[in-house]
Design a protein around this ligand. Structure first.
Ligand code: NAI
Length: 298
């Protein structure tokens, strides 16, 4: 089978100075993409800034014979997001791929979490992914082609103690992925999300050291590159990925139970049927989901 290449394509990877984003940028560049390496260069909690991490990754790409430019803009502001996209247009004349990867952590148990900790985490993950995609959208739409990969998390999909802010943000990205997938379809824009696990500065305090090699970020980037490629037509999907394993995660609805004008006691008495998982449906739009209920009324 032929190698999947990105010659002629231009990619923006946010948060590409460290960890997963760095690995995605290197993987795309190694296959011929010209890359905007965006990174604010701050600490894990989002404080501070440095031009060092983005510049280092650009140097690595250039040393390997690739083309890249650095961007130290903040994804969480409209001006920052527009400047990131502008970097791609100014340096390379086009934009094909957006990998929304930038992220921070402000973990705290729910009762102790401050409003600021909640807002800051949503700002980088949700607002940042919205803003960069929104700035890119007119270019992708105009050329009738684009690939967007958002970065969700198992923490959002399944929940995790101490991460109310982060889980909310990461599940929010699933909603963004699904709706943008629908809205971008006619313009050839495919939008998917990954929910990775990798040994990075974000996880080094929770993943034991012996997992460092097994959960290398490179083991996430092959999927990101595939979802970024023109041959990949899937959209609106979410995949867990890491440690060598890739799996589709889907939102399913059980067969359900229905009875006109039911009482509270009817709910109690039919709880097993309401909770049943089989046979499940996997609607891909609100219309598909509501359709089952509408049909039942005819
Ligand atoms: P990391 O901390 O190594 O990388 C995140 C990068 O984003 C950093 O280089 C940081 O400077 C940059 N960044 C933060 N705020 C920014 C902003 N406002 N503008 C531009 N850049 C900014 O962490 P890691 O693990 O590589 O995380 C990458 C993404 O993957 C994040 O969205 C994270 O939430 C997600 N993720 C990671 C998992 C893991 O196992 N490492 C698990 C699930 C999700």
């Amino acid at each position: 089978m032929s190698e999947l290449r990105f010659d002629g394509r231009v990619a923006v990877v946010t948060g590409a100075g460290h960890g997963l984003g760095r690995s995605h940028a290197l993987a795309l560049a190694a296959r011929g993409a010209r890359v905007v390496v965006n990174d604010l260069g701050g600490a894990l909690d989002g404080t501070g800034a440095s031009s060092g991490p983005a510049a280092e990754v650009v140097e690595l790409i250039r040393a390997g014979g690739g083309e890249a430019v650095a961007s130290t803009e903040n994804v969480a502001t409209p001006e920052g997001a527009k400047a990131i996209v502008r970097s791609a247009i100014d340096a390379f004349g086009r934009l094909d791929v957006v990998v929304n990867n930038a992220g921070i952590l402000r973990d705290r148990s729910f009762g102790k979490m401050t409003v600021e900790e909640f807002d800051q985490v949503l700002a980088v993950h949700v607002r940042g992914s919205f803003l960069v995609s929104h700035a890119a959208f007119p270019y992708l739409k105009e050329q009738g082609y684009g690939r967007i990969v958002n970065t969700s998390s198992p923490s959002g999909l399944f929940g995790n103690f101490g991460q109310a802010n982060y889980s909310t943000a990461k599940m929010g990205l699933v909603g963004l992925t699904k709706t943008l997938g629908i809205e971008g379809a006619r313009a050839g824009i495919r939008v998917n999300a990954i929910a990775p696990i990798a040994w990075t500065r974000m996880t080094e305090s929770v993943l034991p050291a012996e997992f460092e090699a097994g959960f290398a970020p490179e083991r996430v980037s092959a999927l990101v590159a595939f979802l970024s490629h023109e041959s990949c037509e899937v959209s609106g999907e979410v995949f867990t990925v890491g440690g060598g394993r890739v799996a589709r995660v889907f939102v399913a609805e059980g067969p359900g139970w229905r009875q006109d004008d039911h009482t509270v006691e009817d709910i109690r008495d039919n709880w097993d049927a309401i909770m049943a998982e089989q046979p499940y449906l996997t609607p891909t739009t609100l219309g598909e989901q509501a359709g089952a209920s509408l049909k039942a009324m005819l």
